[in-house]
Design a protein around this ligand. Structure first.
Ligand SMILES: *[C@@H]1O[C@H](CO)[C@@H](O)[C@H](O)[C@H]1NC(C)=O
Ligand SMILES: *[C@@H]1O[C@H](CO)[C@@H](O)[C@H](O)[C@H]1NC(C)=O
Ligand SMILES: *[C@@H]1O[C@H](CO)[C@@H](O)[C@H](O)[C@H]1NC(C)=O
Ligand SMILES: *[C@@H]1O[C@H](CO)[C@@H](O)[C@H](O)[C@H]1NC(C)=O
Length: 536
């Protein structure tokens, strides 16, 4: 081991300090193109990214948003909210789709509300004998609470217990009442028995927190936040050619430490930590007794702040109040998309942006604020977005003249330049587009080469269409080296990733891989880098 004098060590520390200082200044360069990775599944839960997070939930088949269909064993037809809601429940449909699907609101592990197609809730008819099933209530109360009792031998067979203590039974195809005593067997002759199908599940932040409930959720979530992404991840990111992270957050982060139920506090602290890791590390210089022969050596310690990783942060409002797309990754409770339907959801979103920008504006790591992830057309209208994006932009500019303001294009909109009139005259704006060779039947039968050609030809064309010299910058804020191809080789994946890096590298703001960690290997950039699939 080399032996240094105290003086030499001090100079070394000083040198490192200077290096870190100037490195920091270089990083302030406004034209930095991001090569980023998303920290998906961290502060906004997505069950498919980390399924184990849901393992400890009691009765975890029945989470908020689970979509259920019930076929009566006696008449052989599905329960249905006639007209999609607003009137009676019948059992006369041979196939199940929207009107025959009931989405759960979980009260606790045994008690649920059933939300129907037109957003009303099933309950007992208060005007009649109190036993007829109707879907008329807009706000669930005591008359809308049901239990689902499973047959322990065949969990697809269930009975549904109404709030009057009796079970639902199908008397005729047009008459469903809550007046069966229960008991008895699970055979095809029992009018209170239904075959249940789970048509859809949601595994987002609402499901995980409400699933564990107020006693367990805080501990589970804090454990997840503090172990899933740690300082070492920033070391890995900075050490592998990436220069930024896009961090999805949920609207409840702004009311930390006491967000509205069922959300739990603590995600803000986790985000604070990310800013610390992105920005500074420390060098400890401990020149104690470095030279056994030197008598001047005194035990001492120097702490030098050091821009260790220099990673830029893009904060991304991924989950807005009411849900801007109905997906679990926007923390939808039940699959309905209700953001923008009231002015309150828009105002609340603006104040989240205001809050977050104010908090981090002074950090040299804050690079951009993304106002909203993946609003879905037609539910999220262009009018809603124009109103919100304008107000969100102003909220960012109130605190920062340098942070980029990222606006996500609408999923399902036909014109990728529809936000251009809005960005006209605004400064440092970015359009975010997400390019997956997935989620569309266009890709169903594509070969490896066709997928790669699609990147070179079609994605290039799409990117060219939105990348203009005087318009907003362009950002491929989500992409992944995954496709529908079955049995592709490692080399196929390498070529696919390389093509995307090349094309998305031409986006004027840069790109971000989805995501850093994922149990599905190809969706984990960490795994892809460590296993030699992707090299930056
Ligand atoms: C089901 O029953 C309702 C109520 O009687 C009726 O209006 C509807 O037409 C029926 N639908 C079918 C498909 O039989
Ligand atoms: C669930 O909620 C219902 C309705 O509030 C209540 O009657 C029941 O005791 C609760 N069950 C549990 C296990 O907390
Ligand atoms: C420094 O090294 C000398 C010589 O090896 C030893 O005697 C002394 O205890 C050490 N002092 C400290 C502070 O470790
Ligand atoms: C990709 O672009 C080519 C050339 O413009 C076009 O012929 C083809 O239909 C596009 N493919 C898809 C799947 O849209």
């Amino acid at each position: 081991m080399a032996i240094y004098s105290t003086k030499q060590l001090l100079s070394l520390c000083f040198l490192l300090f200077m290096v870190s200082f100037s490195y920091g200044r270089v990083n302030l360069n406004p034209t930095l193109k991001t090569k980023a990775v998303n920290l998906g599944g961290w502060l906004v839960t997505e069950g498919w990214i980390k399924p184990s997070l849901f393992d400890g939930i009691p009765n975890k088949d029945f989470l908020d948003g689970t979509a259920l269909q019930f076929k009566s064993v006696t008449v052989g037809k599905y329960l249905c909210a006639e007209l999609g809601g607003g009137t009676i429940i019948v059992a006369n449909r041979t196939a199940a789709s929207g009107w025959e699907t009931f989405r759960l609101w979980r009260i606790n592990e045994t008690t649920f509300n059933f939300r129907v197609f037109d957003k009303r809730f099933i309950g007992l008819d208060a005007n009649g004998k109190g036993i007829d099933l109707v879907a008329v209530s807009n706000t669930p109360g005591g008359s809308e609470m049901f239990e689902i009792v499973k047959n322990s031998d065949d969990v697809s067979r269930v009975r549904i217990k109404a709030p009057n203590g009796f079970f639902l039974q199908v008397k005729t195809e047009e008459l469903v009442t809550a007046d069966h005593a229960g008991g008895g067997g699970w055979g095809d002759d029992d009018p209170s028995v239904f075959v249940m199908t789970i048509a859809e599940r949601l595994q987002g932040e609402f499901q995980v927190t409400n699933g564990y409930g107020p006693n367990k959720a805080p501990q589970i979530m804090r454990e997840h936040w503090s172990t899933y992404i740690v300082e070492d991840d920033f070391k890995f990111i900075a050490g592998n050619g990436l220069n930024a992270v896009r961090i999805p957050v949920g609207w409840w982060i702004a009311s930390d430490p006491t967000p509205p139920k069922p959300y739990v506090g603590g995600s803000l602290q986790a985000l604070d930590k990310a800013f610390t890791w992105a920005q500074y590390g420390y060098i400890f210089c401990i020149p104690t007794n470095i030279s056994a022969t030197s008598t001047q050596a005194k035990p001492m310690m120097l702490i030098v702040p050091f821009r260790k990783y220099g990673v830029k942060i893009i904060i991304d409002l991924h989950a807005a109040p009411g849900s801007q797309n109905g997906y679990e990754h926007s923390a939808s409770r039940d699959g309905f998309q209700e953001w923008g339907l009231t002015d309150e959801t828009i105002q609340k979103s603006v104040s989240v942006i205001d809050f977050l920008t104010a908090r981090y504006a002074k950090s040299p790591s804050l690079y951009a604020v993304e106002l909203l992830n993946e609003p879905l057309a037609p539910g999220a209208t262009l009018d809603m977005l124009n109103e919100y994006y304008k107000a969100g932009y102003n909220a960012v500019r109130k605190h920062s003249s340098t942070a980029y303001v990222v606006m996500s294009n609408r999923l399902g909109a036909s014109d990728p330049t529809e936000l251009f009139p809005l960005t006209n005259g605004l400064t440092r704006t970015v359009i975010d587009v997400h390019y997956y060779n997935l989620f569309s039947d266009v890709f169903d039968d594509m070969t490896v080469q066709q997928n790669i050609d699609f990147i070179h030809t079609n994605r290039t064309a799409q990117l060219n269409q939105i990348t203009t010299s005087n318009g907003p910058l362009t950002f491929v804020g989500e992409w992944v080296a995954e496709w529908q191809v079955k049995g592709a080789t490692k080399e196929d994946y390498q070529r696919f990733a390389k093509a995307q890096l090349e094309v998305y590298g031409r986006a004027s703001f840069g790109w971000a891989y989805w995501t850093l960690k994922n149990v599905n290997n190809h969706w984990s950039l960490e795994w892809m880098i460590k296993n030699g699939y992707i090299k930056l």
